[in-house]
Ligand binder design. Structure first.
Ligand code: ADP
Length: 493
């Protein structure tokens, strides 16, 4: 099976959130199962800097933008520790920028154009490579035009006649809205499909992808159910319910060559379930580097996330004073909405012995927090999958989460189950006081060292392997192909 995996992030070349982790690992795991996978990514400034053995190919593709075609040179490297090719589209006006999506929580105004270029470019690249891919796997609205092109302009193209599209919803909150005027540049004007993509007077790329992809999936079973309800469906619940036979949920895994406390080179001391002394040393080091009193007995809470509404920070803000009145310390790492950034910077000044706010993107520090904290806080309003709670489990850092999406699928509450299965704490409501109560439950158990250790070990022993998820993706691709050929009939198949 030949798979073209198109994405706007992939570790180690470019990462903003979980999509980067997923795209960095899944293609390689699919290749290990015998699939022929190619990845496409924009040649961002930092991708150029991060890519080893990045080489120009002799391919230049032409991408129509309104009346004027624009050229992109194609570069190539390999996904880490594999021979899976990753192709980079070079367009310096669009991609040679400080950030991937925008500055200070504001998207770049021309993102529609930047990602159109990727969508159309990926298909032109497939043609230029001369490969008829069986599956084009796309991710979120930024690559959501591809399924529409495959059903319209490229439908009869010999390279794509038998191609199916798989759309993974990593985040239904991002709509990818474009004005009708800008959409005219994309070569689809006047087509009936465009009207189906209309939303509030604009064109919604996410909606188009939800309608026109052959198969849809989200990144946990629970979130696949939730998006079919008014509470989480962002207005697409009816559409998603109508496609429930084609809507799947496959939990992400974590890459244990990156996230493993026994081998992680980004943490000061390695440790394993059999010997946790390194974890205590990581905690002390984290307290030191964050200017917090070096106390082994105080529960150290960690947060690593995009500072967005999704992550439930308003619940924390709501009860902040009560929260920090507890005998706890909190180390936070994140960037995003300026109001949250300001609030946290200010709070860190007011509570210097309790709170350290690292307002930045810092990959090594994210590892040190996962290793050094005792408890990981993740009160997300919605969470399609969530990787950081799984990483925390692996590092013996007990998660406190809101019971939603992938968090519900991965965290089993201490109180509601026997200790054999419990791996964390969870609460239901979107109220700050319930987050506070849940955290209090965790810190109260923290005092019982033997019981706490058993809880930590339960999490550390769990497997969140990509191999299992990759096998489910193969089944998903097979399902998509069998559906298409059933519709086309045997003569075409
Ligand atoms: P999402 O995809 O919604 O951002 P996930 O939990 O799925 O959330 O994945 C987030 C990923 O991004 C994790 O690998 C996390 O460690 C990383 N991350 C988030 N914010 C930062 C930051 N400020 N610095 C370093 N890594 C971060």
């Amino acid at each position: 099976m030949r798979i073209l995996f198109v994405t706007t992030e992939a570790v180690p070349f470019a990462k903003f959130g979980g999509l980067g982790d997923v795209s960095g690992t899944l293609p390689v795991e699919l290749a290990k199962l015998g699939l022929d996978v190619s990845v496409v990514l924009p040649l961002y400034r930092h991708a150029r800097a991060n890519a080893e053995r990045l080489e120009p190919t002799d391919l230049t593709i032409s991408i129509p933008l309104g009346e004027t075609p624009s050229a992109a040179r194609v570069w190539r490297s390999n996904m880490p520790n594999s021979d899976v090719p990753i192709y980079f589209l070079e367009q310096n006006d669009l991609y040679d920028r400080e950030e991937m999506y925008g500055l200070k929580g504001e998207e770049y105004e021309d993102n529609y154009r930047r990602f159109y270029f990727l969508n159309r470019g990926a298909l032109e690249l497939a043609r230029a490579l001369g490969i008829g891919f069986d599956v084009v796997h796309v991710n979120d609205w930024m690559t959501g035009l591809i399924p529409i092109y495959l059903k319209t302009i490229f439908k009869e193209d010999p390279y794509f006649k038998e191609t199916v599209s798989v759309f993974t919803i990593h985040n239904l909150g991002n709509l990818g809205l474009i004005s009708r005027k800008n959409f005219e540049l994309m070569g689809l004007s006047g087509r009936p499909e465009v009207e189906e993509m209309a939303l509030d007077g604009e064109i919604c790329q996410l909606k188009g992808a939800l309608i026109y992809s052959d198969v849809l999936n989200t990144v946990s079973r629970q979130y696949a159910k939730e998006v079919q309800t008014a509470e989480f469906g962002e207005g697409f619940e009816e559409l998603l319910r109508s496609r429930s036979d084609d809507l799947f949920g496959i939990l992400n895994g974590i890459d244990c060559s990156i996230w493993n406390p026994e081998t992680d080179r980004l943490i000061p001391f390695n440790y394993a379930a059999e010997n946790l002394s390194g974890k205590a040393a990581c905690k002390a080091a984290l307290q030191r580097e964050n200017g917090l009193p070096e106390r082994g007995d105080v529960p150290l809470l960690g947060i690593v996330c995009r500072l967005s509404e999704q992550k439930g920070l308003d619940m924390l803000v709501e009860v902040f004073e009560d929260f920090l009145a507890l005998d706890v310390q909190l180390v936070l790492l994140g960037t995003g909405v300026p109001e949250y950034e300001d609030f946290l910077r200010d709070a860190a000044e007011r509570y210097p012995t309790k709170l350290a706010a690292n307002i930045k993107f810092d990959e090594p520090l994210s590892h040190r927090i996962e290793a050094g904290a005792d408890i990981f806080l993740m009160p997300s309003r919605f969470e399609p999958c969530g990787l950081t709670q799984m990483i925390s489990l692996k590092y013996g850092t007990v998660p406190v989460v809101r019971r939603t999406g992938g968090l519900a699928d991965t965290i089993t509450d201490y109180a509601t189950t026997n200790l054999e299965e419990a791996n964390g704490f969870s609460f239901n409501s979107m109220q700050g006081r319930d987050l506070l109560a849940c955290t209090k439950r965790a810190i109260s158990l923290y005092q019982d060292r033997a019981e706490w250790k058993r809880l930590m070990l339960n999490g550390m022993k769990q497997e969140w392997s990509w191999r299992k998820s990759a096998r489910e993706y193969v089944k998903l691709y097979e399902h998509a192909l069998s559906r298409k050929f059933a519709v086309m009939g045997p003569s075409n198949g």
